[in-house]
Write a protein that binds this ligand. Structure first.
Ligand code: ADP
Ligand code: ZN
Ligand code: ZN
Length: 783
């Protein structure tokens, strides 16, 4: 069946292949087909309806179809490892009879004492059999094949729950205290025993009395725990706000009515997740399935938990935190239609849901939707494509939409929806700009923890509330310089300066991990007088500890989260208010919902503004608006101090007002005047190699081929602009010399045709001396 994997002969080799369609009548074949050697899957891993999607991806991203499917499927586990073979009654009876062949008898004898994995079974008989032999036995009814994973890894937990029994029993026999407890249980309905124990009317003997007399009963319920270790208890949907209700009814109205795409622009805390959950519910009631994509980080924080509270066991979750076995298990639950809701990170876009009605992309602007190696797809873009191919509704949502998506509301591709207010009348945080130039000459760290920030922190701590300090740079000092000759300490393998890390007492390269001890000398003059200029989160943390010795300070960045589980522990300490001040990089900017945080300090807001990348303003705005949105999510209004050298820069001003439209109005003019996306599309060709000359020569040959091809086929490719080949902004990275060619065009067709020809006709022959060439369609990082 389509969607199954098979073994096939391919020249002299045997390879794994995917069935895409079945030509039963051997019609129209102008070749002699070879037999399939073995069928590897008892049930399909994907459905016919997904094949056009795979084909689309293959064409658009210039990637062979087989590689697309391989990327889409959960990898690393072979089905034979998972398939268990059990003997049936009929099989048992048959062993003693004469109706079996020798071979069949040998195989059945192999499982007479209990089920075996098919991969073990086929090898344990002499001579070995093929997996398809087991399928034949199953068809005859002698064995049953099931695909269970070892459940041990999923670690199910159960909890005792209590519920009232519908009964006509006479309550007059109960004492007052007993009926008090019964009343409580009847009011709350099903609930965990642990929770009932906390009510004043509970006592063990009262509970026992109610149980013995049949008024209540206890049962085990599987509990899910969120990553922070709290159990997930079913929620009751709140009444929607008017704004939410309007959005839900618009989108519900088009479910089942074919493809449409929407952009929900809702300020932070406006209740977008509630809107998503209502729409998913709606899709389910219409017998449709729903796919919800979220950035990886929100799964760790809140979104998965909230979906579990609402939908319990009826959802499948796909993300990189799962083991291979767990991922495969989730995949099968979807493919075998046991669940109709999938929530997951980027790769969940491939989930084998059928009858798809709704695709939601939360925080659609998030960079984590772009895959940066192998098949470099953008899951946000693919969400729209998939919805279109499967006649579903696509809903993108964000407080800070990408310029690309908002442009699509202007040109009519997306319809816009808005949520302008936070729920429960919560205020948007108040944002103040602080001009860092004013404090430039203050001593040491005081030029970065300025008096206004320090004062605000002190006040927040006095009120027993929490502070979040944001700086998107880790380490202690990012700019070590030789005080004798002025040389910066650079990585030997990359074109970047090293960062001093106090906790490791060493200099490290953030590109390749290269590390040298802190006693190292200058490469040029051998002086050991190195000054550690610049600052990162580690230094801010140290400074804050010195300024506020009584506060408990924690840091969340890549360095403090290397150990498994350490990120969750840090977040949990914040949630449970054991941490007063959290310092961190962009890891703290997204998704988290901590009501105790009332002050957010942005140490240096302009940090990303000067990257040589046309999206640097967009990224800066998004990051600032998102980090500001972490403040005041509880009942106390939030405050944000945004320190900057460019207080009048439009990205900073717009972030201050949390006004996406103001930002957009300016940014779109800039994009328009320079013909950047969304007014054009781009493809980046990257050339890199250890051999500097070979990389350069290849880049020049590639550039020349493209230029010549454009000239030779005039006017076909006249719309395509070529920039480069040029050295990449980070020219040397991990010993690779990097070149890039950027192709740009307002028209997609010539751009893609040209690149396709480049890939098929020439790039293979250019790859020599270890030089690599890769193409990135709609690139996101241009560095
Ligand atoms: P967003 O995703 O837009 O930032 P959330 O969905 O996280 O906002 O909602 C913010 C908070 O408001 C959450 O704690 C959520 O449970 C709550 N909430 C959402 N909708 C409602 C509602 N209609 N009534 C009451 N509380 C709501
Ligand atoms: Zn020196
Ligand atoms: Zn390096």
């Amino acid at each position: 069946m389509p969607g199954m994997r098979v073994l096939v002969p391919f020249n002299s080799r045997t390879v794994t292949a995917f069935i895409l369609s079945v030509n039963s009548g051997r019609r129209d074949l102008d070749f002699e087909p070879k037999p399939i050697l073995d069928v590897l899957d008892p049930t399909p891993l994907f459905h016919m309806s997904h094949i056009p999607f795979f084909k689309w991806i293959s064409l658009y991203y210039l990637c062979p179809l087989g590689d697309v499917i391989k990327t889409a499927l959960p990898g690393g586990i072979t089905v034979q490892d998972l398939t268990l073979v059990r003997i049936t009654e009929k099989g048992l009876a048959a062993i003693g009879s004469t109706e079996l062949s020798q071979q069949e008898r040998r195989v059945l004898s192999g499982v007479i004492d209990g089920p075996k994995a098919s991969s073990v079974l086929v090898r344990s008989v002499e001579p070995p059999v093929k997996t398809s032999f087991l399928n034949t036995l199953e068809r005859k009814g002698f064995v049953r094949l099931t695909r269970d994973l070892k459940k041990s890894s999923t670690n199910r937990k159960f909890e005792t729950w209590v519920k009232p029994v519908e009964t006509a029993l006479d309550v007059s026999a109960l004492t007052d205290t007993q009926s008090g407890l019964l009343e409580h249980i009847r009011e709350t309905g099903e609930s965990p025993l642990s929770r009932i124990k906390k009510t004043p009317c509970y006592s063990p003997s009262r509970m026992a009395a109610l149980e013995i007399r049949g008024f209540v009963t206890r049962f085990d319920r599987q509990v899910y725990r969120d990553p922070l270790g709290d159990s997930v208890i079913p929620d009751i949907p709140p009444d929607l706000t008017d704004e939410q209700a309007a959005v839900v009814s618009e989108v519900s109205g088009v479910l089942e009515r074919g493809f449409s795409s929407w952009l929900l622009v809702g300020v932070t805390g406006s209740g977008k997740t509630e809107v998503y959950m209502r729409l998913v519910q709606d899709a389910l009631e219409k017998n449709l399935s729903a796919l919800v994509l979220v950035p990886e980080i929100s799964l760790i924080s809140q979104t998965e938990k909230r979906f579990r509270m609402r939908f319990g066991d009826t959802i499948a979750v796909l993300h990189s935190g799962l083991t291979k076995g767990e991922k495969f298990d989730q995949w099968l639950r979807i493919a075998e239609k046991q669940v109709r809701i999938v929530i997951g990170a980027r790769s969940a876009i491939f989930a084998p849901l059928e009858n798809l009605g709704l695709v939601i992309v939360d925080e659609e602007h998030d960079a984590s939707y772009k895959q940066e190696n192998g098949l470099r797809y953008n899951a946000r873009d693919l969400a729209v494509v998939r919805a279109k191919l499967e006649n579903a509704v696509c809903l993108l949502g964000s407080a800070t939409p990408s310029v690309q998506s908002y442009r699509n509301t202007e040109n009519g591709k997306f319809r816009e929806l808005v949520l302008t207010r936070r729920v429960s009348d919560r205020q948007m945080p108040r944002i103040e700009r602080v001009d860092l130039k004013t404090y430039r000459d203050y001593p040491g760290i005081r030029s970065f923890i300025t008096p206004p920030l320090e004062e605000a922190m002190a006040r927040t701590l006095r009120e027993k509330e929490q502070v979040l300090l944001f700086l998107n740079r880790r380490g202690y000092a990012n700019y070590p310089v030789c005080a004798t000759c002025g040389e910066t300490m650079k990585c030997v393998s990359c074109d970047v300066s090293l960062t001093y890390h106090q906790s490791r007492n060493a200099y490290r390269c953030h590109m390749c991990g290269y590390m040298i001890p802190s006693v190292s000398k200058c490469r040029v003059c051998n002086s050991s007088n190195i000054k550690n200029l610049g600052f990162g989160t580690e230094r801010i943390e140290a400074a804050v500890k010195a300024l506020f010795p009584d506060a408990s300070v924690a840091r969340l960045d890549q360095d403090t989260t290397v150990r498994q589980g350490s990120m969750l522990k840090i977040l949990k300490d914040v949630k449970e208010r054991r941490t007063d001040i959290l310092v961190g990089t962009q890891m703290i900017a997204k998704g988290h919902d901590f009501p105790g945080i009332t002050l957010v300090g942005v140490i240096c807001a302009d940090q990303g503004l000067n990257f040589p990348d046309f999206r640097s303003c967009e990224r800066t705005f998004q990051l600032l608006a998102q980090v500001a949105g972490r403040a005041g999510r509880g009942d106390t209004p939030g405050r944000v101090i945004m320190q900057t050298y460019n207080p009048d820069h439009f990205s900073i001003l717009a972030a201050e007002k949390q006004d996406f439209r103001e930002f957009y109005a300016q940014e779109i003019q800039f994009r328009h005047s320079l013909g950047y996306p969304p007014f054009s599309r781009m493809i980046q060709i990257r050339i890199s190699g250890k051999n500097k000359t070979a990389a350069q020569e290849t880049a020049e040959l590639a550039g020349a081929w493209i230029t010549n091809h454009i000239t030779a086929h005039q006017p076909l490719f006249d719309a395509v602009g070529i920039m480069g080949p040029i050295e990449a902004p980070i020219f040397k990275m991990a010993d690779q010399y990097r070149w890039q060619i950027l192709l740009k065009s307002a028209a997609q067709n010539p751009l893609h045709t040209l690149t396709r020809r480049f890939v098929h006709e020439i790039s293979g022959s250019l790859k020599k001396d270890g030089v690599r060439i890769s193409t990135d369609i709609d690139p996101y990082y241009l560095m």
